[in-house]
Design a protein around this ligand. Structure first.
Ligand code: FAD
Length: 374
């Protein structure tokens, strides 16, 4: 059964697809989001919620600049979503720390921040603080912390409320979101546009299509001739009981969520399509948290989980137009929470091909074709 033709179909209703849908709806387009099912890996439902600039793009200036612009756009974006959805996204940008127990890793990261500083000039600042200096300003930090870096631009948000607010805003702006609408095949249609087959046996058509299916992008991207192949990278997280007092800092691995629990994370494992949590990694996270902040030793962990990051071959975003099939776009990235305001803004303009659309050539997938040939 064919269920009508949409102007733009977004395949994948995670934070990336919904952000783009929002931007296209604000530009007056008719948008349908086809989303998969709860059996899918969904990074948008298992992430850490950082809105983070520190360390991003230290070896790739366009990504450093893109992330800086996203972080700066967050207050306006959160206010807009808050108004539409009548919810508080709990955006907080107090500045954030990266803590190190290994002096060599501390040195390497400080050097990376220096390179990032070169790319961003006055648009970024950071501090490198050695252990004892750190403990003078933050006496609660443990004695085994070798040092920390700090950037005043870092922050965090409630990622589940972000997802809910995006869904509700897309619906309010007239977008359609279809759940359990797993696309199994996509091909150019004879008279123009694209036709899609769904797992439930349905078919639908669209004039333009944007692939934002996270780890589900790979088979669909191949059918449209894109060369990008994403891979999963597992992160494990845990959360503690709610604490009455607020933590005295935000860090990339330890953050207190607005409801009071302390979330601990930051692990990376190439474990394939397996998002289960593992006892040794979770124990390591707890150990890390207590090393940084010994006062956490008496706090109870209430839940642990694993989730899969969506990683492009070089870890940077891919924003690609199909040269073979005009009207087809591929969008995939890590840090889709941080980048959400730009995905709803300038990336949507780029997809819509407006006259003020930015040049996003640096993020095209032709960088993989070139390196494959080299
Ligand atoms: C452990 C962890 C921590 C992270 N921490 C942060 C952080 O602190 N800050 C930050 O900015 N980012 C963070 N991220 C990254 C961020 O979560 C992702 O970049 C973002 O969620 C990716 O969103 P997405 O929409 O591309 O993918 P997903 O959230 O995976 O959504 C893809 C959607 O596509 C659907 N789908 C799949 N296949 C199909 C198909 N064939 N047809 C239709 N629909 C389909 C799925 O059902 C799903 O809803 C983290 C990720 C992880 C895993």
């Amino acid at each position: 059964m064919t269920t009508g033709t949409s102007e733009i179909t977004i395949i994948g209703g995670g934070v990336v697809g919904l952000s783009i849908a929002l931007g296209l709806l604000q530009a007056g387009r008719r948008v349908t989001v086809l989303d998969g099912s709860d059996e899918d890996f969904r990074a948008s439902q298992g992430n850490f919620g950082l809105v983070w600039l520190q360390g991003k793009g230290s070896d790739f200036a366009p990504y450093a600049e893109w992330t800086r612009d996203a972080v700066a756009a967050w207050p306006g974006f959160a206010a807009m979503l808050g108004e539409y959805s009548c919810s508080d996204l709990a955006l907080d940008q107090p500045g954030g720390f990266e803590f190190f127990t290994d002096p060599a890793e501390f040195e390497d990261f400080a050097a990376a921040l220096k390179r990032q500083q070169t790319h961003l000039g006055n648009g970024f600042s950071h501090e490198v603080i050695h252990g004892d200096d750190l403990r003078r300003s933050h006496p609660e930090i443990g004695p085994d912390v070798a040092g920390a870096t700090f950037s005043a631009l870092d922050g965090h948000v409630n990622p589940l409320r972000l997802l809910r607010a995006l869904r509700s805003t897309v619906l309010q702006l007239g977008g359609q979101i279809r759940s359990d609408a797993q696309v199994t095949a996509i091909a150019p249609a004879p008279g123009g546009g694209f036709k899609m087959s769904l797992r439930n046996g349905g078919q639908c058509g669209t004039e333009r299509v944007v692939l934002t299916a996270g780890l589900g992008n790979t088979p669909l991207a191949a059918q449209l001739g894109f060369v990008t192949r994403v891979r999963p990278q597992r992160g494990e997280l845990l959360i503690t009981e709610k604490l009455a007092d607020r933590l005295p800092f935000l860090s990339s691995t330890i953050r207190q969520v607005d409801e009071g629990g302390v979330q601990i994370g930051g692990t990376k494992a190439e474990a394939g399509p397996d998002d289960s949590e593992t006892l040794d990694v979770v124990a390591g996270l707890a150990q890390h948290a207590v090393t940084v902040l010994p006062a956490l030793a008496d706090v109870r962990v209430v839940r642990a989980w694993g989730a899969l990051r969506v990683m492009s071959p070089d870890g940077y975003p891919v924003y690609a137009r199909s040269p073979r099939h005009p009207g087809a776009y591929l969008v995939t990235c890590h840090s889709g929470v941080t980048l959400a305001p730009l995905h709803a803004g300038v990336l949507a303009e780029w997809i819509d091909d407006t006259s003020n659309a930015p040049d996003l050539e640096a993020f095209d997938e032709n960088r993989f074709a070139i390196s494959d040939a080299a």
